[in-house]
Design a protein around this ligand. Sequence first.
Ligand code: PLP
Length: 445
Amino acid sequence: MSHLFYQGHGRKPVLDQARGVYMWDTDGKRYLDGSSGAMVCNIGHSNANVLAAMREQMECATFGYRLHFETEASERLAAKTVEKMPPGLNKVFFVSGGSEAIESAMKLARQYAVSTGRGSRWKVISRSPSYHGCTLGALAVTGYRSLTAPFAPMMREMPKVPAPRAYLDGRDPEDPATGRHYADMLEDLILMEGEDSVLAFLLEPVGGASTGALVPPAGYMERIREICDRHGVLLIMDEVMTGAGRTGAFLGCEHWNIRPDIVVLSKGFAAGYAPLGGIVAPDWMVAPVLDQGGFAHGFTYAGNPLACAAGAAVLDEIDAQGLVENAALMGARLKARLHALAQKHEIIGDVRGKGLLLAFEFMADPVTKRPLPKELRAFDRFVQIAYDNGLIVYSRRTRDGVEGDHILVCPPLIVGDTHLDEIVEGLDLSLSQFRAELPALDRVS
Ligand code: PLP
């Protein structure tokens, strides 16, 4: 009997060892970690250099409260992080995870507005579907009904614009008119809510768990920036999943060369070696807040030296092994192979993503975009079949928690061609087994 209830009523095998892209349970069964945990373990498991850096830090100090001491580890990580940011983003605030980082970004934006005489602005617009975390503030900007509904009375839900799912709406993602169409919905919403009440727009550059690696259509990101500028709205980039090289650039937003006002990091930032997140903001935002008494915010574990030492060592490894470049290279190869799988397995209705943030979506009929019947719980079932075959992938329902199933394929950024072979063989086998279980599907095509 377990005293934990993470798994609902189910039980999972017990983890024994993890090395590189592989994990073993206590029965000796080997798994290829095709989702890097929850898109976290970007540099693979048990990296010797990171373990050594953590050990070294542990020998010196494992905790120093941030209001009592500065630490070399947090200063070093902050400097390394700033080096990787777009120009101007030079102030870092550490936390212990993605939800904490989202809360911190929204609170910093709000305190900046208050400090600069714009106290009427408090609404943070985000997208639907989206996932930005599970604390009540982060849930208020999360567009995923099955996760938010039970808590609705306890929070102040924020306005949402539709995510730009061109593939579902039958629009050409390469046509800049498509990007304009979705971006202009943000402008309409800002005007409807009242420009003076809108503080920020929060989005992931490439969608993660909620939309399954949704890549924005041409022109969307650039226009979003213009709209935010026009209406004095801050642009907060949730790079929790996309950051630290996952999409083949250090930040996902670099693919569009747009300048965020706040960058939010976690997951790959310490790559699972320690709980770590952070926000990076420009001096012009932080200075007025500090001038007026400081940021009224902070977690006990923030800036923890062990977590920061792990983070700094992870960034060193990303550079030393050229993992951002490898994510771009291997991501392009894996995506091409997912497209080939889609040719063979007709239940794959869409393949999408950037770098090694890739996904495919099941559809009963790709012509009508009809999803698989909800009661099949395809997302759960496929993941279990793959898991039984020794391949870990990640899934969620795609369409606002109501219908549609996508599977994220996001291995560690250290993968090589032989790993891709293994992933594709595992998916191919699992797709055949999954299809054999399905009832007949009526198709137009
Ligand atoms: N933002 C995004 C884009 C995420 O994918 C997640 C987690 O999956 C979060 C925020 C929340 O992060 P955490 O689970 O570390 O609180």
